[in-house]
Design a protein around this ligand. Sequence first.
Ligand code: MG
Length: 234
Amino acid sequence: MISVIAFDADDTLWHTENLFQQTQARLAAILERYAPHDEVMARLQLTERRNLVLFGYGIKGFILSMVETAIEITDRRVTAAEIHEIMTMGRAMLDAPLDLLDGAATVLDALAARYRLFLITKGDMLDQRNKIDKSGLADRFAHVEIVSEKNAASYRAIFTAQGVAPGEAMMVGNSIPSDILPVLEIGGHAVHIPYHVTAEFERHPELAPHPRFHQLTEIADLPALIARIDRRNE
Ligand SMILES: [Mg+2]
């Protein structure tokens, strides 16, 4: 029996990664006269990965990694005007309108009547909070949690604090390492709904079949899947 359905936010309920990809492409264009596109992208990925442990996930850390990449890849020749352009792109990301995925609001409305809905997202506290406010979806959730890392310990802590046995919980998200593997590990159900692009540090090979693991192509199919899994609906 499932009593709680927890949702990831970025690229599960609303578009996020497309904004990162567009901004990355513009960074490569700004730095074109110093280094080829692919080299900028590869260097940015390395810098981001190195900085994750210090800056965490989110746009502010991404801005700092873009600036650091620009300084390093140009051998410190990048101009103040170019740095300014990079900062401006970053600010625009923080200020961008939020774009919900098709069907997200309808699915939450359909499930809220029967289940407690949680939102579990990781990243920068202020940025995630702003996105939740902009989404207009906050009132659908019985509980909202912003964590710095999604792993077995953080999911276990959330479910324990909320009085939910992991076996009664289902997590829905676009990232196998963040939304699926740790939840399966603690005994929960997990539904993977891939987004059309995946951040480098969220990539993972296809999973082997698992009795508590499910995969969908779009969120609109979630209520039907849950109806099949949860015997309460029979
Ligand atoms: Mg996500």
